[in-house]
Write a protein that binds this ligand. Structure first.
Ligand code: F6P
Length: 251
């Protein structure tokens, strides 16, 4: 795991967008794994700037999102489908056939999970997966305790995750209780992973990621077993990380 230290969210977003653009330049038919939530928003805005100045050709990429709330219609403003349409697919003019998200309203969610896995495999696997980290260490919506050998599955969201995401809903009761998420093994099969972490809210999670053990209680810790993970983190998120630990990851 390699750590890139940046000053703030803005610098992090610029760096992450440049890394994605670099990947697409190197492999124009890249399969990109995308995330939602607050973390990647700035990255998508920076990617749009690169796109607007003609710095990236996205016509041959394919995208797969990490997750979607279960039972939430695509048209719901807080669905990850809606998020992606507004913040990524429309601004970057991606065609519908290029983009994929799990269907949280499928009649049979187990079958939907298997379908999603098949699509990822048929596309040749994910070249670069963008990740944020939950305050409890979740990646995608893989909550603490999820098996490291999990594939795309339905997950019961932890109360703390529902609380963290309640900021996007009128009340916490409106936050869905379940989601469909790529599994940890699915994420780990990505050839390259980019984990973005910024702000005080993520301080403890980042410290535990860098210092702690690899254990299913803390899903993001599995990333230490991957051969190509870049963590981009800002000063606020890194505030409590001791210097010797920083040195270990920055080389
Ligand atoms: O980025 P946020 O909103 O802090 O959420 C943390 C992570 O949890 C998820 O929302 C779960 O999907 C990730 O996509 C996200 O990066």
């Amino acid at each position: 795991m390699k750590l890139i230290r940046v000053t703030d969210r803005e610098a992090l977003s610029v760096h992450a967008a440049e890394m994605i653009a670099g990947k697409v330049q190197e492999k124009p038919d890249s399969v990109l794994g995308l995330a939602t939530g607050g973390t990647p928003e700035g990255t998508y805005q920076q990617l749009k700037k690169i796109y607007d100045r003609g710095g990236i050709d996205l016509s041959r990429v394919t995208t797969f999102n990490l997750d979607e709330y279960a039972g939430m219609p695509k048209e719901h403003p807080q669905s990850y489908h809606a998020y992606m349409q507004h913040k990524v697919f429309r601004p970057l003019q991606l065609r519908p056939e290029q983009t994929h998200l799990p269907n949280g309203t499928a009649d049979d969610l187990e079958q939907e999970c298997r379908r999603y896995e098949k699509h990822i495999a048929a596309a040749g696997g994910i070249d670069m997966q963008l990740l944020g980290i939950g305050e409890n260490g979740h990646i995608g919506f893989n909550e603490p305790g999820t098996s490291f050998s999990s594939r795309t599955h339905v997950i019961q969201l932890k109360p703390s995750t529902r609380e963290a995401n309640a900021r996007y809903f009128a009340t916490i009761e409106d936050v869905p209780e379940q989601a469909v998420t790529m599994g940890i093994e699915t994420i780990m099969e990505s050839r390259e992973i980019l984990l973005l972490v910024f702000g005080r809210r993520k301080k403890e999670a980042l410290l535990r990621l860098l210092e702690g053990e690899v254990q299913e209680d803390f899903p993001a810790s599995v990333l230490k077993k991957h051969s190509s993970v870049t963590v981009i983190a800002d000063e606020e998120a890194l505030a409590d990380v001791p210097a010797e630990v920083l040195r270990r990851f920055t080389g």
